[in-house]
Design a binder for this molecule. Structure first.
Ligand SMILES: *Cc1c(COP(=O)(O)O)cnc(C)c1O
Length: 372
């Protein structure tokens, strides 16, 4: 890796080799199911333009995004991949979907009829998935529409049905009764619609038993390092490292305060360093007085509130030679991975990832070269 330019005060390093390892781990765990990759929201904030070609190079053939813009951007990166779009079909999208060979995930009878209408007009059975709601009540055909569809399966005649999809609401809680209920509902659906492939499991769903695997698994977060099974040690490799530079170090005396609102009071004489990462970079403000950064394996707690562009850390006891302006500290890294930051912030790794800021210097290691 080339050294980041000295003027960059925060550096986000994405380890594409770790990403590919995670893909292989998930793919092996999914056993006989094909392992697709979910790269919506700019590959969870990590950078779709580098993530998608690296995964394709590792053998991934099927990708899921949320929106049409994401799908079209992905088509520009991967001319041959199968690209599926979760957010469904809105009137007016049809021609773009066809032109860019994007498979819409149809979420209602209305959307099925719209796609049917377009296929008839195009005189071609164009591929689509159907999303069946099995209890999440978010996207997909509600139960009533499913029953209507089962009684009028000829509705699908003009369509090339690729996948029947549903989504688990509680897959990260291995013992949650909703998992079995959704599985049963999905099996009931498959008994009525046997055409096409079936896809139910997200990252965590892969780690429920193999009854949840069906034909295609759709992991997202765990590709990027989030633990699919929070109750066990993380089987995934860390993909993201965020380093911030020290801008300034100062001595602080007992009784002084640090930062906005004077929320941190210095208890004994020591040192505070100011790091060039703040909430405008996705380092959530609620992490103030809670999280820590690391100098290699030496911990330095965040003291005071997180500012827009800055955090302040207690570096009392950190060796002097590490404490110069320009020195890098791990804000996210091996000792403070995405999941532990998320826990401290009272959120989930997904939100930490997708909040990663736009003004970091981004460096990618491993993987395949960018598509120009
Ligand atoms: C985002 C998403 C996924 C990926 O889920 P992860 O929990 O990130 O693995 C799979 N399926 C659907 C429908 C999604 O919206």
């Amino acid at each position: 890796m080339t050294q980041p330019p000295d003027h960059c005060t925060a550096i986000l390093t994405v380890d594409l080799e770790a990403l590919v390892n995670n893909y292989r781990t998930l793919s092996a765990a999914a056993k006989t199911a094909e392992c697709a990759a979910v790269v919506k929201a700019d590959a969870y904030g990590v950078g779709m333009d580098r993530v998608a070609p690296s995964l394709a190079n590792a053998g991934c053939k099927t990708f899921f995004v949320a929106t049409l813009d994401e799908a079209i951007a992905l088509r520009g990166l991967l001319p041959d991949a199968a690209i599926h779009m979760f957010n469904g079909l809105m009137p007016g999208m049809e021609k773009d979907l066809r032109a860019h060979r994007i498979v819409p995930v149809l979420n209602s009878l209305g959307e099925i009829d719209l796609w049917t209408h377009f296929c008839r007009w195009a005189e071609k059975r164009l591929p689509a998935d159907i999303h069946m709601d099995t209890g999440m009540n978010r996207l997909g055909l509600p139960l009533k529409e499913q029953e209507t569809l089962f009684k009028s399966l000829d509705r699908l005649d003009a369509i090339e049905l690729d996948m029947v999809v549903s989504h688990l609401a509680c897959a990260d809680e291995i013992k949650h009764s909703m998992n079995r209920e959704q599985l049963r509902a999905f099996e009931h659906i498959r008994a009525h619609i046997e055409t096409g492939r079936a896809s139910l499991a997200n990252s965590s769903g892969i780690y429920l038993d193999s009854g949840y695997h069906f034909d295609v698994a759709r992991p997202g977060c765990s590709l990027y390092g989030v633990n699919p099974r929070p109750e066990i040690p993380n089987p995934m490799s860390n993909v993201v490292r965020l380093q911030g530079r020290i801008l300034q170090v100062r001595d602080v005396d007992r009784g002084m305060s640090v930062g906005y609102g004077a929320t941190h009071e210095v208890e004994k004489d020591g040192k505070v360093a100011t790091i060039a990462v703040g909430y405008a970079d996705g380092y959530l403000r609620c992490l103030g007085n809670k999280a820590a950064v690391f100098f290699n394996d030496l911990k330095a707690p965040v003291v005071g509130r997180v500012s827009m562009d800055l955090i302040t850390i207690d570096v009392t006891g950190i060796p002097e030679n590490l404490l110069h302006p320009g020195a890098l500290v791990d804000v996210i890294g091996p000792h403070n991975p995405i999941d532990s930051i998320a826990e401290k912030a009272g959120t989930i790794g997904y939100e930490i990832l997708t909040s990663l800021g736009a003004r970091y210097h981004r460096a990618y290691t491993g993987g395949v070269a960018p598509v120009l």
